[in-house]
Design a protein around this ligand. Structure first.
Ligand code: HEC
Length: 128
C-alpha cells in the first residue's frame, strides 16, 4: 500500500471514530431506559383525565381498572376486534410489555368513587 493511500485510510478511520464518539456523547444516559407505565399513562390524560380519573362520560375512567381487563381491551383495540377509531390508533403504538406496565400503573390506583369528581382534577371552568 502506498503512503498516500494509507494516509487517507487513517484519516477516514479517525473521522468515523470522532463521529461515533460525538454521537455517543450526544445521547442522554436515560435514553436506553424503557419509559415507565406512568410515563405512558400521562399521554392518556387529555381524554381519560389526570391519572385516568375521568370527569367526562365520553371517556371511561382508567384509574383502578383491572390489570387483565386493561390489557385485554387494549389488545382488542389494537387488533380492531373492538372497533374504535381513536383507541385503535393509540393501542397500535404499544407492544405487549408496554401495555403490561401501563396496566400495572392504572390498576394500582384507587377507583374513583361513584358520582364524585376526582379530587386531583379541578371541576370544569375552574382554573387550577
Ligand atoms: C383522543 C382521546 C383519547 C386518548 C388520548 C386516549 N383514549 Fe382511551 N378511549 C377514548 C375513547 C373515546 C374511549 C371509548 C371508546 C369505546 O368505547 O369505543 C376510550 C376507551 C379506552 C379504554 C377502554 C375502557 C373500558 O372501560 O372499556 C381503555 C382501556 C383506554 N381507552 C385506554 C387508553 C390509554 C391507555 C390511553 C393512553 C395511552 C388512552 N386510552 C388515550 C379516547 C382516548
Amino acid at each position: 500500500m502506498q503512503t498516500k493511500q494509507l494516509k487517507y485510510l487513517t484519516v477516514a478511520a479517525a473521522s468515523v471514530l470522532i463521529v461515533s464518539v460525538a454521537y455517543a456523547a450526544d445521547k442522554p444516559a436515560e435514553s436506553t431506559k424503557e419509559p415507565s407505565g406512568a410515563t405512558f399513562a400521562h399521554t392518556c390524560a387529555a381524554c381519560h383525565g389526570t391519572y385516568g380519573y375521568s370527569n367526562d362520560s365520553a371517556f371511561p375512567g382508567l384509574a383502578g381498572m383491572d390489570h387483565q381487563v386493561f390489557v385485554r381491551e387494549m389488545k382488542r383495540f389494537r387488533s380492531k376486534d373492538r372497533p374504535s377509531s381513536i383507541m385503535s390508533h393509540i393501542a397500535d403504538g404499544y407492544n405487549d410489555a408496554e401495555l403490561e406496565r401501563m396496566a400495572a400503573f392504572f390498576a394500582a390506583l384507587p377507583k374513583k368513587p361513584e358520582g364524585k369528581s376526582a379530587p386531583e382534577q379541578p371541576s370544569k371552568g375552574e382554573t387550577p
